[in-house]
Design a protein around this ligand. Structure first.
Ligand SMILES: [Zn+2]
Length: 126
């Protein structure tokens, strides 16, 4: 399968070098991206403790390193409700059962350390 994310967009955005996304999640993202046929912009992947706190992430966020040594979450940019729905559908088809949806991004993770299923919804103004 083609790697749709060759520029390593999954690393921590603070520059600390943390880049620990679960390879199984990366595979699911590639398969799902291929199925939808449009670009997926990864806005957040792995987060160190400091960066997670800086961006207001949950204390127990699946973006942080879990007991298996991997991070399990990504935030994908949302263009409109239809592409958001197609991303959700493709990810669900491959077993993803934890989502946070908003008008800005779709959070998805395959963390085995968090409760399932999860569907949180947020609306950001502006
Ligand atoms: Zn960091």
């Amino acid at each position: 399968m083609k790697d749709y994310f060759p520029e390593e967009p999954f690393g921590c955005r603070c520059g600390c070098g943390l880049d620990a996304l679960d390879p199984a999640m990366r595979q699911i993202l590639n398969e799902s991206r291929e199925e939808t046929g449009f670009p997926w912009i990864i806005e957040s992947g792995s987060r160190c403790d400091a960066h997670n706190a800086a961006v207001g992430g949950a204390e127990n966020s699946a973006h942080k390193v879990q007991p298996d040594g991997f991070t399990h979450a990504v935030d994908i940019r949302v263009f409109n409700p239809v592409t958001r729905g197609r991303m959700l559908e493709a990810l669900q088809k491959r077993g993803i059962r934890r989502f946070e949806v908003s008008n800005k991004h779709l959070h998805a993770d395959n963390s085995p350390f968090h409760v399932k299923p999860l569907l949180e919804a947020t609306y950001f103004k502006g």
